[in-house]
Design a protein around this ligand. Structure first.
Ligand SMILES: C[S@@+](CC[C@H](N)C(=O)[O-])C[C@H]1O[C@@H](n2cnc3c(N)ncnc32)[C@H](O)[C@@H]1O
Length: 304
């Protein structure tokens, strides 16, 4: 377990992941009934952007730092950016990047709760410290996949699970996620599950997405943002979020923010994005992720 999110906090992949997360929490909060947030791979919760780790990579400069307050952007993306800038410690400018636990914690209503799992002891210790005075938030230093067995279904009956592993096990991680989701859906078929995945080679991701079409899920939406073509195993070319039991009209909520992210986060060449349903309401396939190489993939409306 060498991965530390401090090297990557606020990068272009976090912009996608955390904007989708905000959309999901807002969708949960359209009803006043309580919901539970479960973060299987929570990290330490807050990251100083002047830390040795963050300065070494500078990844936030091609992520959150590109979303200047002067930029006009779709309402969801703007709300998300404004919330990051309103985080404690950011009054004089962006100094800290809040991780998924802190971003969701700031949105919880009195009736909501959160369960945060982090396996790495130092990271879990910092997370515990961050929320020690917050009775709505429960920190567990344990394996997030194992914890799902104990935590599902939550007492609230409504909720959202974020699965955001470091993929140190590479392709093997996909199989672990697939198994975890399969068993989670059996325990709690109505929960919303959001899985973040890296994109290096497209051919590595396709079997995973096809696998998600076979685990008994419904309404599976895929949202991806690529800052490089998906044809090199040597760098993070992009990332995606697969959302199972996605809220009604989530695709419409995400379309313009994704378009804006692609425009704001482009590098030497224009970034591209994808947004499509892999499974519909009945669990029928709408779009089979193609095994073709990227250059021969059919164009979808979101793809440049
Ligand atoms: C990508 S980071 C999480 C970032 C966080 N979700 C966010 O968005 O701010 C992945 C985290 O998972 C932790 N981790 C690795 N394997 C784990 C496991 N099996 N169970 C729980 N946490 C794990 C790592 O220590 C790391 O902090």
């Amino acid at each position: 377990m060498n991965y530390r999110h401090a090297y990557h906090a606020g990068n272009f992949a976090d912009v996608l992941k955390h904007t989708v997360l905000l959309a999901l929490v807002e969708a949960m909060q359209t009803k006043s009934t309580p919901f539970c947030y479960i973060d299987t791979h929570a990290g330490r919760g807050s990251y100083a952007l002047d830390s040795v780790e963050a300065r070494k990579t500078g990844e936030h400069r091609d992520g959150i730092s590109r979303l200047h307050p002067a930029e006009k952007m779709p309402a969801l993306l703007q709300r998300w950016r404004d919330r990051i800038l309103a985080t404690e410690g950011n009054q004089q400018g962006l100094r800290h990047y809040p991780g998924s636990p802190l971003q969701v914690a700031s949105l919880l209503r009195p009736q909501d709760s959160a369960q945060l799992c982090e396996l790495q002891p130092d990271e879990a210790g910092k997370l515990h410290q961050l929320f020690r005075r917050n009775p709505q938030i429960h920190v567990h230093q344990r394996d997030g996949y194992e914890a799902l067995k104990a935590l599902l279904p939550p007492a609230e009956k409504r909720g959202l699970v974020l699965i955001d592993p470091p993929y140190e096990a590479q392709d093997a991680e996909y199989r672990v996620i697939e198994q975890a989701l399969k068993s989670a859906l059996q325990r709690w078929p109505t929960g919303i599950y959001a899985v973040w995945y890296p994109i290096k080679l497209r051919s590595q991701v396709q079997p995973f997405l096809r696998g998600l079409q076979r685990i008994g899920a419904r309404r599976v939406l895929r949202a991806e943002l690529l800052v490089y073509p998906d044809d090199s195993p040597l760098r993070l070319n992009g990332s995606g979020m697969a959302i199972l039991n996605a809220p009604w009209k989530l695709d419409e909520t995400l379309r313009e923010p994704l378009r804006a992210m692609a425009s704001l986060l482009s590098r030497e060449q224009p970034a591209s994005w994808k947004l499509d349903w892999l499974l519909d309401e009945e669990g029928s396939m709408l779009n089979t992720p193609s095994p073709l190489p990227p250059s021969r993939l059919p164009r979808t409306p979101g793809r440049r």
